[in-house]
Design a protein around this ligand. Structure first.
Ligand code: ZN
Ligand code: ZN
Length: 355
């Protein structure tokens, strides 16, 4: 796996006309080398693949990063680099402009008097298309989210706090093999449901509340993400109306996902449905985001993004309607693009569940 990725990144590096490419973003480093320690950087040229890390990680790096020569760095941030660069006669090195901090850049450029070329989205471009092995891992994670949702339906009840529900959900996911949660879970009940990012609070859930639960966890390095909204007690007419509207918009957008489709057009499908029903101003965020080693990655689906979809891309579709002071609804699924359409990865029911 790592060998194919290395070959792919080498051809992008060649096109960028640099002698070598330095990877500092931990997620990109893990993607290319397999090494998941907290410190280290990669240097990749047409013939070399080096992983520079500190004493704590030497053994782990040797084990995980089979395709890389592991080099120990000493106390200074970029010690070790000078020797490699000099030894190979590199004069022009590309770095990840989105990820190298300004401080580190200044230190680097001050110490190593060569040309430093800012490059963007080299590894991100590769990560955009998931391999079948990655899809298997992500599908497994998505299936665990579905199980977690079924489990939470057995727990959720009026009088329980949002935080308690979030905690039980996290324990379930960790027990099921998650490395960690993907983000702080959102459990937003009643009027708090109008906060699209209302992280779980001490609020007790009560009869009549719509409760939006947005959760996900990392499995074997890959993030997962899903949202369902349930109703405690019978929904009012307004609650039923906005629920059905979001459900229709979500289903419409999912059905529109496929190869060669444009992300803006997919966003427009959901937005038009919500707009036409008169709730457009209550859907103030983008339709979804790519997901993989990071919870939010390319492609982004909103009114401005113009990415053409390709088979192997994985993304969320998550429209919502948020009525200030009253509450909100969001439904989110992970989907991946196939050769002829899309496959939904999270399959929990999208019918309104009343508890
Ligand atoms: Zn989410
Ligand atoms: Zn999401």
């Amino acid at each position: 796996m790592s060998r194919e990725r290395l070959a792919a990144v080498r051809s992008l590096v060649k096109a960028a006309e640099v002698d070598a490419f330095m990877v500092t973003h931990p997620v990109n480093r893990r993607y290319l080398s397999g090494f998941d320690g907290s410190s280290g950087l990669l240097l990749i040229s047409s013939s070399q693949a080096c992983l520079v890390t500190d004493f704590r990680y030497l053994e782990q790096a040797e084990e995980q990063a089979e395709e890389f020569s592991v080099i120990r760095r000493h106390d200074e941030l970029y010690s070790g680099l000078a020797e490699i660069i000099e030894h190979n006669g590199w004069r022009k090195i590309g770095f990840e402009a989105k990820h190298l901090t300004y401080d580190s850049y200044i230190e680097l450029a001050g110490k190593l008097k060569i040309q430093w070329i800012p490059l963007t989205d080299i590894v991100e471009k590769l990560r955009l298309i998931k391999s079948s092995a990655e899809l298997i891992v992500m599908n497994r994670g998505a299936a665990i989210l579905d199980q977690a949702f079924s489990y939470l339906l057995t727990l959720i009840r009026p009088g329980m706090s949002e935080r308690q529900l979030a905690l039980e959900l996290e324990i379930f996911l960790l027990r099921a093999g998650a490395e960690e949660r993907s983000f702080r879970f959102i459990v937003a009940s009643g009027p708090r449901g109008a906060l699209p990012h209302g992280v779980a609070s001490e609020k007790l859930m009560s009869v009549g509340d719509l409760v939006t639960i947005d959760f996900g966890a990392v499995f074997a390095g890959y993030a997962t993400d899903m949202t369902r909204t349930v109703c405690l007690g019978n929904p009012s007419r307004l609650q039923r109306r906005i629920y059905d509207l979001v459900k229709e918009a979500q289903a419409g957008a999912v059905a529109a996902v496929g190869p060669l489709k444009n992300t803006t057009a997919i966003d427009a499908v959901a937005r038009d449905i919500i707009d036409k029903a008169g709730y457009g101003k209550y859907f103030g965020h983008g339709l979804g985001h790519g997901i993989g080693l990071e919870t939010h990655e390319a492609p982004i689906l909103n009114r401005r993004s113009e990415t053409g979809l390709e088979a192997g891309m994985v993304m969320t579709i998550e429209p919502g309607v948020y009525l200030p002071g009253q509450g909100g609804v969001r439904i989110e699924d992970m989907v991946y693009v196939t050769e002829c359409g899309a496959e939904v990865m999270t399959t929990s029911t999208r019918e309104l569940i009343t508890i």
